[in-house]
Design a protein around this ligand. Structure first.
Ligand SMILES: [Zn+2]
Ligand SMILES: [Zn+2]
Length: 133
């Protein structure tokens, strides 16, 4: 079954025909800006499984991991939607909060825990990685 989602204002809509390769919570500093204080939850899908409509703005930067990251966001409502990494050219990562059903994908690990604030809450049932796996 396709996994669908989009931005807050509905200008951007997408659908993935495949299941995610992985999903994880990231507490890197960039994700804390994107998540408004929390980490973000991200799911990686095969790039060819993505169909998307609507204009996206792209911001390119170098991540803590050293990879070049392209962050795609809706220019109308500002919602972060996709992330592409030079380290993973065949996958595209989606912010799980933009799924129509965010429960459809569950994170299975937590990464960049060493960058998290002292008050961060981790799911202690999931493996933790201090930095980029
Ligand atoms: Zn939007
Ligand atoms: Zn991150």
């Amino acid at each position: 079954m396709a996994i669908t989602g989009g931005c807050l204002c509905k200008a951007v809509r997408y659908s993935f025909a495949a299941e995610p390769a992985w999903a994880r919570t990231c507490w890197c500093r960039v994700c804390q800006y994107q998540g408004g204080g929390n980490g973000t939850v991200n799911a990686a899908f095969p790039r060819e499984s993505l169909t998307a409509q609507g204009e996206l703005s792209v911001r390119e930067m170098t991540a803590d991991s050293g990879n070049t990251m392209k962050r795609h966001f809706c220019p109308k409502c500002g919602t972060p939607v996709f992330v592409e990494s030079s380290g993973r050219p065949t996958t595209i990562t989606v912010r799980v909060g933009t799924l129509d059903d965010p429960s459809a994908v569950k994170p299975t690990s937590t990464i960049w825990t060493r960058a998290a604030p002292t008050w961060a809450c981790f799911d202690e049932t999931l493996p933790k990685v201090e930095a980029q796996p």
